[in-house]
Design a protein around this ligand. Structure first.
Ligand code: ADP
Ligand code: ZN
Ligand code: ZN
Length: 735
């Protein structure tokens, strides 16, 4: 007998490139009243099986009865909460991306594949009586177990949390298991409370005002921009606001740009709060991610700190969202579902009716403009928090200087003086490797990547040429690729070469290099930073990775070896990013009680915006840049979307975009412009030719009205099958 209930149609989101939901009949044996949007459902899909997420139920389907298939089963756990589902649906609309793929991005892999994780999650362990009395020397033959036992013996209440263990840089799980087997360690439930562990610093007046303003808005939506120079005590303001939220037994979601930043902040949170917290980032394995998801969903985790994708974590009882370094580019996903985690976080806070705090020393032009038009409230911390004074900044004119490698005589003199005082130095270099190009002195040939429009980077340590865009690698050329001359040399410099130069100039100093090549192993970045912090290094060389967040109080001299690349780049955001970088590097110097000094090497010391930045500060710079953007009608004074296409042949991407443009023209309003198509600035990457069409409109609504109709038609273009295309809303990187 056929039950009428089972004729219910389930409309399911599946991770595919298609902009639609898929209709299925409910499984035979399922009680419909138990189903709600957000349930995970296994379905037959083509010739295979897949998992999807129930979006809505319906009585009728447009799919003819005989073609409707029946769903296989429903999974009765880890449903996606309604609020999160609503957020995903909003994001799918805003970014014009298929909702199934948005949900797939939001879910941890295990849950996406229909799995469940056992509920009995242990997050804390402590020593047994035997463990407390155990002499660690008895474990001398098992050094990891020994280290771990020592760590437990040093810990408060002999207890360690999962987050603390995850911060250690070795595989702790097997050792922990052995210690449990030996009955030295046992799982435990911590005695958590809203009390602070360590007393907080006494807030200065600016911090106090900022905290009070946030406090007034608890329980309702408000977006704050916390603008404070580096070291002004933004983190202390976050902590005060978090404390107020935790006192009400609510959760705090903290987004940070990169994993490299997480350990220090994690440690500070661990020290400060006596609360269950999870860290959610790409360093976790699948089951750790799923567990973190559950702890956030159940409300067990009170503080959730994570990178970009953590914006999609479910929250049982949310109270506050914080986005640290809101201007940072890594909040924007650059492939697949190209969302901006900061922007989604703002939308989410609004939906949850809770406050959100965006923090930065160098707010994005967009966010500052939103303060000006009163959408955000500004909280300003103009002074450094503790005793430290702001560093002095100087430009070094590189023209006609006798350089040693990439170092000017003035910089070298400053370095010598700093080292004599026993203080540390940080040198920022924007390239890893030895040199960004290999060059023939006789004919001008430059070694290129065969798959990209890019020069190969010379790596001396590994003795090879590498492409930083596609990962391609080959042996160092001994002859010129054109004229066979052996007169080939390198052009420009990268971190490896600077390290070389320094070893010769300062043979007795200890040098630490931090870039992607020296930090491939898990935990190695922290190890190197600790070396610097503990005074086991004199000079620190590094890329972007060292510009952010780290508190290294004995660094008193910081230098940017070459600021010129950002000055004349074609991307209209390049100057903004250069200024943010300069300020960030500046923030690394003189964080302790000794004065800091910063040198910026450039061939264009008279550049007006550089001058404004150095003489009048980031705020003045930002205002000047805003004026230029307004005059040029660039974002945030207009709104953009970028349609990209790529293919193995050169012609298809341009042809596809041309057809796309013709499709869009009748749909576009007068204030919407279709610019291009043009070949992408990097026309070929990883063996594919790339082109782009820019859509620009004076108001957001016209842009989205066009996109809504148009993007869904694009797959009807004949070449749509031959090219890979994608739409990027509010693009940050125009390459
Ligand atoms: P930011 O997050 O803005 O870079 P932090 O919160 O990390 O700044 O503070 C920088 C340093 O100043 C830290 O060592 C912090 O303990 C100290 N600090 C911050 N606020 C105060 C204060 N009100 N009194 C004393 N020290 C402070
Ligand atoms: Zn040559
Ligand atoms: Zn390449």
């Amino acid at each position: 007998m056929k039950s009428t209930l089972n004729d219910t149609i389930l409309r399911i989101a599946v991770a595919t490139p298609l902009y639609c939901l898929f209709d299925y009949l409910a499984p035979i044996d399922v009680d419909i009243s138990n189903l709600s949007p957000g349930s995970r459902i296994e379905i037959p899909f083509g010739k295979s099986k897949r998992f999807g997420v129930l979006i809505e139920m319906a009585k009728k389907s447009d799919v003819p009865q005989e073609r409707l298939r029946r769903a296989i089963r429903c999974i009765n756990s880890d449903d996606i909460p309604q609020e999160l589902l609503a957020l995903c649906r909003w994001a799918a609309d805003y970014y014009h991306h298929p909702v199934g793929d948005v949900i797939a991005t939001a879910l941890p892999t295990l849950l996406r594949h229909g799995k469940t994780v056992s509920d009995a999650t242990v997050n804390h362990w402590s020593l047994t009586q035997v463990g407390q009395e155990c002499d660690t020397e008895s474990l001398a033959r098992a050094p990891r177990q020994q280290t771990l036992l020592q760590q437990f013996q040093r810990a408060t209440h002999f207890m360690l949390s999962r987050a603390e263990l995850q911060a250690s840089d070795f595989a702790w799980q097997p050792s922990l298991k052995t210690l449990i087997d030996k009955q030295l360690v046992q799982p435990c439930e911590p005695n958590l409370s809203a009390e602070v562990k360590t007393s907080s610093v006494e807030l200065n007046d600016d911090q106090q005002t900022a905290t009070e303003k946030i406090q007034q808005k608890l329980g309702s939506f408000s977006c704050f921009l916390l603008e404070g120079v580096t070291g002004s005590g933004k983190t202390e303001v976050y902590f005060e606001a978090m404390q107020m939220v935790l006192n009400e037994n609510k959760q705090c979601l903290v987004l940070v740009p990169e994993i490299g930043l997480t350990p220090q902040l994690t440690q500070r949170i661990e020290k400060r709060f006596n609360q269950n917290f999870v860290a959610y980032h790409s360093g976790l394995n699948d089951s750790e991610r799923a567990r973190a998801w559950q702890d956030a969903a159940s409300g067990k985790a009170k503080i959730i700190i994570g990178t970009r994708s953590a914006v999609f974590l479910p929250l049982a009882n949310p109270g506050l969202v914080i986005v640290d370094e809101e201007h940072d580019l890594s909040f924007k996903q650059q492939d697949g579902f190209r969302y901006h985690a900061r922007d989604i976080a703002i939308r989410r806070a609004q939906q949850l009716n809770i406050p959100i705090v965006l923090g930065s020393a160098t707010p994005s032009i967009e966010s500052s403009e939103n303060v000006r038009n009163m959408r955000y409230h500004c909280l300003h911390l103009p002074k450094r928090g503790g005793k430290a004074n702001p560093p002095t900044v100087g430009l070094v004119d590189m023209r006609r200087q006798a350089l040693k490698g990439a170092l000017s005589p003035l910089l070298i003199a400053h370095m010598e003086r700093t080292l004599e005082k026993g203080e540390q130095i940080l040198l920022f270099v924007n390239r890893r490797g030895y040199a960004p190009a290999l060059f023939c002195h006789d004919c001008g040939w430059i070694a290129k990547c065969q798959r990209c429009d890019a020069n190969m980077t010379v790596h001396h340590t590994k003795h090879c040429l590498r492409c930083h865009h596609c990962g391609g690698q080959r042996a160092l050329d001994k002859h010129c690729g054109d004229c066979q001359s052996t007169e080939i040399t390198t052009l420009g410099f990268g971190t490896e070469q600077i390290e070389d130069t320094l070893t010769k100039l300062f043979p007795y100093q200890r040098i630490v290099r931090i870039d992607r090549d020296t930090t491939q192993q898990k935990g190695s970045m922290n190890k190197l930073l600790n070396q610097v912090e503990e005074g086991q290094a004199d000079i620190l060389i590094g890329t972007q990775m060292i510009a952010k967040g780290h508190h290294l109080p004995n660094i008193t001299l910081a230098a940017i070896l070459n600021a010129d690349q950002g000055l004349f780049a074609t991307d209209f955001r390049a100057l903004e990013h250069l200024a943010q970088l300069i300020v960030q590097v500046t923030g690394r110097a003189g964080r302790g009680d000794k004065a800091g000094h910063v040198l910026i090497q450039t061939h264009y010391p008279d550049h007006p915006l550089l001058q404004t930045l150095i003489n009048d500060g980031y705020r003045a710079f930002s205002e000047r840049l805003t004026t230029e953007r307004r005059a040029a009608e660039l974002p945030p004074f207009s709104h953009m979307a970028l349609l990209r296409a790529e293919a193995v042949d050169e012609a298809s991407p341009m042809q596809f975009l041309q057809s796309a443009k013709e499709q869009a023209e009748p749909l576009a309003m007068d204030n919407t412009f279709l610019l291009g198509p043009i070949p992408a600035p990097m026309t070929k990457r990883a063996g594919r030719f790339r082109a782009q069409l820019l859509i620009q409109a004076s108001d957001r609504r016209s842009l989205h009205a066009l996109l809504y109709q148009w993007v869904r038609q694009l797959s009807s273009i004949k070449l749509a099958r031959k090219v890979r295309w994608s739409i990027d809303i509010d693009p940050m990187d125009m390459n």
